[in-house]
Design a protein around this ligand. Structure first.
Ligand code: GLA
Length: 394
């Protein structure tokens, strides 16, 4: 991954448009520490924003009279998306332009008056790796358009706008975790997010100061089936909640779980519910260990078994893992990781391993060897650095 250069992005903007941008905004991707497939069940998640993300250089149309927004991306040379702000409807624009147009649409639906203008986008997040490149794009555009139109919306409001754009304009039925992480994250912290109330509590999370690394293992395996399987999981959870007479699976506690499972006759629903309920409990247990009396290092080093239990539940009960992800997790644990799990929706994408810094080379060698034995493409690795949410960088 080539790190983003704000200077050259501003230079590109000037070369393409003949003027300087009004600013450059940046929004990060995310790695979810724990709490998978809980966000569309009104549950708890604990993501961090990472250093890698998306940047947008933007300027409003001169005199603010234009009603056209144009967007170009350095990752898609030669493609330009033209967005007519007066005739913007879901379904009119697809591909990467839909994420940009969707944010403009969601802001206008909320009553915002947007100026036309120009956007140039750059990113250093691998696309389709489960690190929320879509949310990062939406959030960077949301932050830019908010500033260009002088709206002054809060990070929480912009996260909601970005989420509406993805659900209603792009048409992806995702939960709110990715947009909340990208907008509201705090450097050196994970965000304990209650997806029902949208209360976001920063919880100190600093692997480096505890002698640890949160290693991201990008399996480079595409998210096979991710869209249809994701929608299936979501519908199964909604059906189970209806059968159990609760607004969402969030309303079932671990104590109620045996009784709830006894009322479900479909073994598939039993597995799905068991994952969501136990995963919510694992998120809260992880957050309390991170805040715990043992201090940051003791607390952080002690969350490994919770991460691994999350993976097992995602593999066996929620059935969203893959051969690549299981191999990465097993090989990382065998080489000294304290805990490891898939992160994001599953079916490919990335795994994470929490490990003492000194054991990272062994973990990389062990995962590489496991992938080679199985004939898989070699993964990519990088340390996740808990970073700040979307902000203006120049
Ligand atoms: C994707 C979605 C999120 C969340 C995760 C699974 O990343 O965008 O909303 O549901 O999958 O935890």
């Amino acid at each position: 991954m080539t790190p983003l250069s704000t200077v050259s992005l501003a230079e590109d903007f000037a070369a393409a448009t003949g003027r300087c941008p009004d600013g450059v905004w940046r929004a990060p991707g995310r790695v979810n520490v724990i709490g998978e497939h809980t966000d569309y069940n009104d549950g708890f998640v604990l993501p961090i924003a990472i250093r890698e993300g998306v940047a947008v250089a933007a300027a409003a149309a001169a005199g603010r009279h234009g009603r056209t927004l144009t967007a170009a991306s350095r990752q898609r040379p030669g493609e330009q998306v033209t967005i007519d702000l007066d005739h913007l409807r879901p379904g009119h624009i697809d591909g990467w332009g839909a994420y940009v147009a969707g944010v403009a649409w969601a802001l206008q639906e909320r009553g915002a008056g947007l100026p036309g203008g120009e956007l140039i986008i750059d990113g250093d997040l691998p696309v389709g790796a489960g690190l929320s490149s879509s949310a990062a794009l939406e959030c960077a555009v949301a932050a830019a358009l908010d500033a260009l139109s002088g709206l002054g919306l809060s990070a929480l409001e912009l996260a909601r706008i970005a989420h509406t754009a993805e659900n209603e304009f792009v048409g992806v039925p995702c939960g709110v975790m990715d947009q909340m992480a990208s907008m509201t994250a705090v450097a050196g912290h994970a965000i304990l997010l209650d997806t029902r109330s949208l209360r976001a509590e920063p919880v100190r999370f600093s692997p480096a100061s505890a002698g640890l690394t949160l290693l991201v293992i990008n399996t480079n395996a595409p998210h096979a089936l991710a869209d249809s399987e994701y929608a299936d999981r979501r519908q199964a959870c909604e059906r189970a909640a209806r059968l159990l007479g609760v607004p969402s699976l969030r309303d079932i506690s671990e104590r109620d779980l045996p009784r709830a499972l006894g009322r479900l006759h479909d073994p598939m629903l039993v597995r799905r519910v068991r994952h969501v309920v136990t995963e919510n409990a694992r998120v809260l247990a992880t957050a309390s260990r991170l805040r715990g009396p043992m201090g940051t290092s003791g607390g952080l080093a002690s969350i490994g078994p919770l991460l691994t239990a999350s993976h097992q539940s995602l593999r066996d009960d929620y059935q969203v893992s893959s051969a690549h992800l299981d191999s990465a997790v097993e090989a990382a644990l065998a080489a000294g990781a304290l805990g490891a799990r898939l992160t994001g929706a599953g079916f490919g994408g990335c795994a994470i391993a929490l490990a003492p810094v000194g054991s990272v080379p062994d973990i990389v060698a062990s995962v590489d060897a496991a992938f080679c034995r199985r004939g898989f493409v070699t993964p990519a690795y990088f340390p996740a650095e808990p970073s700040a949410g979307a902000h203006r960088i120049s």
